[in-house]
Design a protein around this ligand. Structure first.
Ligand code: GLC
Length: 799
């Protein structure tokens, strides 16, 4: 290519003028004088894909992130030529493409600019590796705010920050440390009240700059690959997040037990220790569903082996734990020990499944077992082999979940903490170096693990957890936020990270409760549990080097707080399960930062601490020692203080008093909150009533309750129960309407309804238009009544 020097500025190259254009099916192609092609694809009316090449042709299109089942289709697509630019129009957007320099500007139908190129696409050639550093810069309007990007340990609002995506084993990271374990190159921009999103689907090391370098410029770039990004138009953050989540995919429902409490430590062994821990949970009556085995269950850290001194009969042990309601979850790392007497290693060598250096030899690196080779999970044959390795663990021994760690991939004792960059990968038939495959490696490992665990658990559902991830990993796995520290600052970080992951399509996430490194005080542990039970994934984990981190490692007060909050989580399981359903069915994030909940209220744009759990519960953790309360922002609307049912009007900052066994918790007026009885593990009890806490509101509110068999795949065939409750309060009346969908018959027969906040004294109740005596409804002074679950309308009247 001849470089036109006028198009070179500070080492960057720019597209020249457009000399041709073509419209084909769902795409418009623009060709410049210097061999740049821009391809704009209409995925949906409000979702455009921008793809650039500088070579005059496109390489084959391939992405691990995009879910092949994502929604597509649009109402309108036309290209209109003007003297200076082209319009690319859909029924929602008008994108201008400048003839002089290929810069784009996206407008809504009212003609407001949503996002305009600043320099737009530009690039730098890299002689050493070939290819380009691909760059994009956009105009950022005054007052614009930014959110998203996965696991970043920084303020929820990313304005003013520069961030890096390069999956890294970052032991004991600190606030603002970069980069971390995950690479999720998706962000949301919020201009005033209008939101848009960008997903830069490029797995190379990438960077995002949100007005850090230049005040009115946001930019992103990557060390190779294509400038290839998706633009999502809101204007609500909900639309942006839902469209991104739909594009990169949703998980299956987890088994309900996976939403219970999990206990972990590095490491519980031998068998007697594991049993001591699980029995103690039952003795102290602290609910728990899962127990983890960290690397010491293996023989010399060889994956898919057992240390028979510590675990002489794993199958028996796993069965005995299951009898007591405990699901066993084991860790599996990517590093396969180089050992000629080890079958997994031998199979890997025999089939040529391990990653190789550019010049041919297998890549070698140290992890827990010493020198290892590493499977190339970007090769479908390797994934298939890996999936098969779970036959014994899952199919025979009965392990219920697998924990994938060290998959950034992490390598010890080397400055880069990972593979050399020349390592080769198959990349599903698009061979490349580690520069391109690094960020996706962990996701492909988790994917292979998911396929294996699912195969051998079927017809039950698998449970997978991963440390590293790229966009789309949520289709296969849950995740945790890596090796945090037992400090108050890390409690703040955990709160931000899990909210951010939720906004980034990867909601099934939690932190190591209590902190992985170092030792929490009882107070810190209790405050962490109080937050952790409101995270979709809820597990205590610690390095175990500094002492114990089971609830009973602390005093009775802490044990009681722990029990109280874990019990609350177990009561809220149907609520949590319903929010999971809404996440996978409607792409609604499970945790909603306040800015997502009410983007029109500028007070929410910089809030970090408070979030909405599901649709109706406002949670605000206590993040400081010795707290007797805290200031917080209660978003607009009416809310009930969960602890005393007092009403608070939102839209302002308030001081909220709390005791040590409380955190500020509020329920949105009008909500119907379903509750199960406290169980020590999911499925322990059979019960004949579902509790519904109904919070009175003057006006209407909708709530849903999703249930099914709690495991298995029948729900995909319509065997679920989805109840939609609508409350309508008016003066001295409350109407509760129920609409039911789905073929699953819930095992209980009654609802126990707690009417909260009624501004009147109940005198009569009509069930489906017939008055039923209050005695028959077991109505009592607490405004509680019991009614058959099949009603359509409950009409509560009073004076
Ligand atoms: C890594 C993991 C941690 C695990 C440890 C030992 O540090 O992040 O969770 O306990 O390795 O396997």
């Amino acid at each position: 290519m001849i470089i036109n020097t006028e198009l070179e500025y500070k080492g960057n190259l720019y597209p020249s003028r457009i000399i041709d254009f073509k419209k084909e099916v769902d795409s418009a192609f623009f060709y410049t004088d210097n061999d740049v092609i821009l391809k704009i694809t209409i995925v949906r009316d409000s979702l455009l894909r921008f793809r650039y090449t500088t070579k005059g042709y496109f390489s084959p299109d391939f992405s691990y992130a995009i879910d092949e089942n994502h929604s597509r289709g649009y109402n309108h697509f036309e290209v209109v030529e003007e003297p200076d630019f082209y319009h690319v129009k859909t029924s929602k957007l008008d994108c201008h493409v400048s003839k002089a320099d290929l810069r784009t500007a996206i407008f809504d139908l009212k003609g407001n600019a949503v996002l305009e190129d600043e320099l737009g696409f530009h690039w730098e050639e890299i002689y050493e590796y070939g290819g380009n550093i691909v760059k994009m810069s956009k105009v950022s309007k005054d007052g614009e705010n930014f959110y998203g990007l996965g696991d970043k340990a920084t303020h929820l609002n990313l304005k003013g920050k520069r961030l890096e995506n390069w999956a890294t084993d970052q032991y004991a990271y600190h606030k603002d440390q970069e980069p971390l374990y995950k690479a999720v190159p998706f962000y949301i921009g919020l201009n005033g009240k209008d939101a848009y999103g960008i997903f830069f689907d490029n797995t190379f090391r990438s960077f995002f700059d949100f007005c850090h370098e230049r005040r009115n410029v946001s930019s992103f770039w990557a060390d190779g690959g294509e400038m290839n990004y998706y633009f999502f138009y809101g204007p609500s953050m909900h639309d942006v997040v839902a469209a991104y989540t739909d594009l990169t995919g949703k998980p299956e429902l987890p088994p309900l037990w996976a939403l219970g409490y999990h206990q972990c430590k590095w490491s519980y062994y031998p068998e007697s220790k594991v049993k001591e821990i699980t029995s103690r949970f039952r003795e102290l009556r602290i609910p728990c569903d899962a127990i983890y085995l960290d690397i010491d269950y293996m023989e010399g850290f060889r994956c898919f082996t057992w240390n028979k001194n510590f675990f002489p009969d794993p199958k028996r042990m796993v069965a005995e734990l299951a009898e007591d309601g405990f699901k066993t979850i084991v860790i599996i790392d990517p590093g396969i020990k180089i050992d000629k007497d080890y079958w997994v290693y031998n199979e890997g060598i025999a089939n040529d499944y391990f990653c190789k250096r550019a010049d041919g030899p297998y890549m070698k690196g140290k992890v827990w077992p010493g020198e290892c080779n590493f499977p190339d999970y970007t090769n479908p044959a390797v994934r298939e082999w890996w999936a098969g390795l779970f036959k014994e663990l899952v199919g025979d021994i009965g392990v219920k979940g697998v924990w994938n760690d060290m998959n950034e991939p992490a390598v010890m004792e080397v400055p880069t903490k990972t593979f050399p960059l020349d390592v080769r990968h198959d990349y599903d038939g698009h061979p490349c170096s580690h520069r391109k495959a690094h960020n996706i490696y962990g996701t492909q490992m988790a994917r292979a693990t998911y396929e294996g665990v699912k195969r051998f658990s079927y017809p039950k559902r698998p449970f997978i957890i991963t440390r590293s991830a790229y966009s789309g990993a949520q289709r296969y796995t849950s995740s945790w936020t890596g090796d945090n520290v037992a400090t108050w600052e890390h409690l703040w970080i955990a709160n931000v990270q899990v909210q951010r992951m939720s906004l980034s399509g990867m909601g099934f996430t939690g932190s190591d409760i209590g902190g992985f490194a170092e030792q929490p005080t009882g107070e810190l542990y209790a405050r962490w549990i109080q937050l952790g039970v409101f995270h979709p994934f809820c597990r205590t984990h610690s390095s175990g080097h500094h002492g114990e981190q089971e609830p009973w490692a602390f005093d009775d007060e802490v044990i009681n707080v722990t029990r109280k909050f874990i019990e609350l989580r177990y009561q809220l399981l149907p609520y949590l399960y319903t929010m999971f359903w809404q996440y996978i069915d409607e792409s609604i994030p499970m945790l909603k930062p306040l800015v997502y909940f009410d983007q029109e209220d500028p007070q929410t744009h910089y809030r970090t601490d408070e979030f909405i759990f599901g649709n109706h519960i406002l949670v605000c953790p206590i993040l400081e020692p010795n707290a007797v309360g805290r200031r917080m922002y209660v978003p607009r609307g009416s809310w009930y203080n969960y602890w005393n049912n007092e009403i608070v009007q939102g839209g302002r900052e308030s001081w909220i008093d709390v005791a040590f066994d409380q955190i500020p918790l509020f329920v949105k007026a009008g909500a119907v909150i379903p509750k199960y009885p406290v169980q020590q593990y999911v499925g322990e009890l059979e019960f004949d009533e579902l509790t519904l806490d109904v919070y009175y509101k003057e006006g209407k509110e909708e709530s849903k309750v999703f249930e099914d068999a709690q495991d298995g795949y029948d729900y995909t065939k319509g065997r679920y129960s989805l109840r939609t409750f609508t409350t309508a309060g008016k003066g001295k009346e409350l109407v509760l309407h129920q609409h039911k969908e789905g073929k699953f018959i819930t095992p209980y027969n009654y609802f126990k309804i707690n009417l909260i906040g009624l501004p009147f004294k109940v005198t009569a109740v009509e069930v489906d238009n017939e008055e039923v005596s209050l005695e028959e409804l077991k109505f009592n002074i607490h405004n509680t009544l019991t009614v058959n679950k099949d009603f359509s309308e409950l009409h509560i009247k009073g004076i």
